[in-house]
Design a binder for this molecule. Sequence first.
Ligand code: UDP
Length: 316
Amino acid sequence: MKKQTILVTGAAGFLASHLCDALLSEGHSVIGVDNLSTGNMANLRHLSGEARFSFQEADICATFDPGPVEYVFNFASPASPVDYARLGVETLMVGSVGTTNTLETARKYNAKYLHASTSECYGDPEVHPQPESYWGRVNPIGPRSVYDEAKRFSEAMIMAYHRYYGVDTRMVRIFNTYGPRLQANDGRVVSNLMMQALRGEDLTIYGTGSQTRSFCYVSDLIEGILRLSRSEEHLPVNIGNPEEWTILECARQVLEVTGSKSRITFAPLPQDDPTQRKPDIAKAKKLLGWEPRVSLREGLVLSLPYFEGCIQASSR
Ligand code: UDP
């Protein structure tokens, strides 16, 4: 494989930091960009001595030019419901102006392009599991709309750059993913439940816990994204783990893996919280020969040392 110079936006975030590691291990050079609004430099600290990695603290909504690059991976955006609720306008801006700026970079340097889209494009879905052909059921003015519509706008703009300007684009619709470097305090279900279980606090379940999610371990997700990046598919591809869990079942898995004696408590369900979510991955299987390998149980065991480290760091 030819060694490339690659731009990764949102590089200090959970997924993009793992992506930087994977690209560097393949021998590429990586320019990471992040405005650190939700990213964490601790996710990149291990790369400080890596000559093929450089980091720029920059907001992709402002004009920026990384110099010539051969691939753009656009991963910049707040992504947890708590973060995008706090940063609503910023989330809409990065998904619109920010994405457009990264597309301009790809156009200028004739670079290939891959965008991190989301299962949230399907909203609260009436089709189950969700294939890429499903257009979704999104509330355009609800609390989640700042994220959902930003990501949907990104997809529209990416298709426009592809159709009108011939930019060589790809997009992955990412379903719930977890693993080391998931921000311990970002309010997502796996980070909340793991931290609560390890601290011996009550596990907070929103609603009855009968809503479902399908959790993908980070290494599986990154492998799927790398395969997509080498494909010629311009339409969206779901990458996620089709093993579907109720949130209550997920909490029980967390209790087993941590050996915690925490109790389960119930809190109100946030507005527009999707009742079910499960990827149809037939397209990824056929097109990329990809499917996830790590079960939720195995992934939680693999994530345990990271969350234990977060507990230690927070008690220092
Ligand atoms: N959730 C929960 N307890 C928590 C955090 C989240 O029951 O402490 C629920 C949330 O209401 C949703 C699911 O877990 O139904 C997944 O939430 P998350 O914030 O991880 O991401 P989402 O899939 O909703 O974007």
